[in-house]
Design a protein around this ligand. Structure first.
Ligand code: SIN
Length: 355
């Protein structure tokens, strides 16, 4: 049995003093399964790519991982069963509420959330800002479905529970554990459509690692999060915030449509250092004059967007996303626009400089 080979801390701890970890399952490839082969996808080529996400229940995943009993007492719940491309704002509200409720229970030491990889970084960042507890919260996922050859889900789930059960994870904010690495929810992003090492934290790297029951942190998150966060996820009525991108020949069609739809905020995924083609920049400046919050991020995937660098943010009323990618900048902007306080550019910029 695998437990026999785990280090002492994981294998011989008396079960009575093991931490209690709540596992909240939401679907994704980690719960994915091959649902039948077709002429277009015969079994021989269906080893990792042809499957449906969100098929197996959390009980099935846990049953296949009896070694978890050597690390923690598990209390599992199937919250939703979706492909994370279909994540909704209503469910985000529910999830923040549920995780906060679980963590207020004295006997719960941490929470693990199984999630699809596609929007994991957004949910993780939302929880990083919206969970008000220093207890560990760890998201995990898989790049290969549970029925694949060399499925990565079981080890990722084992490692996620190991991290959530570890003292060193307390106060580190929301963590993302895949492929033996521990990432900060603010920094991590999906960088590959297929590789098992898809999750990376560009520029800053992982916070630490986990292997065979051992956990080591090499650095700590620098920005404000969880208990220190003053931001609240709305229970309902999220502000409409959308993302537009700059690219060769980008027109104003999308910004015009968003304005007509009554958008509250726009994140511009600019080129390079958040630069915007002239028509798009003018349309966004006009949006600011009409009371819409505009945040400049970059589509590049690494680096930061320098305020007043290539774009006169002070003059046009734009906010710089700094090192946040456009998807995370959208999460932060939605939370910033949800509060009671008015959101002038200076206040929004201070929020983006803080979180
Ligand atoms: C999903 O995001 O739910 C599907 C893709 C994945 O989990 O890798």
């Amino acid at each position: 049995m695998l437990a026999d080979f785990l280090p002492t801390s994981a294998s011989s701890a008396s079960s009575a003093c093991l931490p209690r970890i709540a596992v909240v399952a939401t679907g994704g490839t980690i719960a994915g399964a091959l649902t039948g082969t077709t002429a277009a996808a015969p079994a021989a080529v269906s080893l990792t790519a042809h499957y449906q996400a969100g098929i197996l229940e959390i009980e099935d995943l846990l049953e296949a991982l009896p070694v978890l009993a050597s690390v923690a007492h598990i209390e599992a719940e199937q919250s939703v069963q979706i492909d994370s491309k279909d994540m909704t704002l209503a469910y985000w509200s529910q999830l923040v509420y549920r995780v906060n409720a679980l963590l207020t229970r004295a006997e719960i030491d941490g929470v693990v959330i199984t999630h699809g990889t596609d929007t994991l970084e957004e949910t993780a960042f939302l929880l990083h800002l919206g969970v008000k507890s220093s207890k560990p919260v760890v998201l995990t996922a898989a790049m290969r479905p549970a029925t694949a050859l060399s499925a990565d889900g079981p080890l990722n789930l084992f490692n996620a529970v190991t991290v959530a059960a570890h003292q060193a994870a307390i106060g580190q904010g929301v963590l993302v554990v895949l492929n033996n690495q521990i990432h900060c929810a603010r920094d991590v992003t999906k960088t590959s459509t297929y590789a098992v090492d898809a999750f990376r934290s560009p520029e800053v790297g992982a916070l630490g690692w986990v292997q065979d029951g051992r956990v080591e942190f090499q650095r700590a998150p620098q920005r404000r999060h969880t208990c220190a966060s003053e931001l609240e996820a709305p229970l309902e009525a999220w502000p409409l915030v959308e993302i537009v991108m700059n690219y060769a020949g980008a027109s104003t069609v999308l910004v015009d449509a968003l304005m007509a739809a009554g958008v509250r905020g726009i994140v511009a995924a600019g080129t390079g250092n958040g630069s915007l083609g002239a028509p798009l920049q003018q349309a966004l400046a006009q949006a600011v004059r009409r009371g819409v919050a505009v945040v400049r991020a970059s589509r590049v995937g690494a680096g930061h967007v320098m305020r007043n660098g290539v774009v006169p943010d002070d003059e046009l009323g734009f906010v710089s996303a700094g090192t946040l990618n456009p998807y995370k900048a959208r999460v932060l902007l939605m939370l910033a626009l949800s509060g009671d306080q008015p959101a002038p550019t200076s206040r929004l910029q201070s929020i983006f400089d803080t979180y």
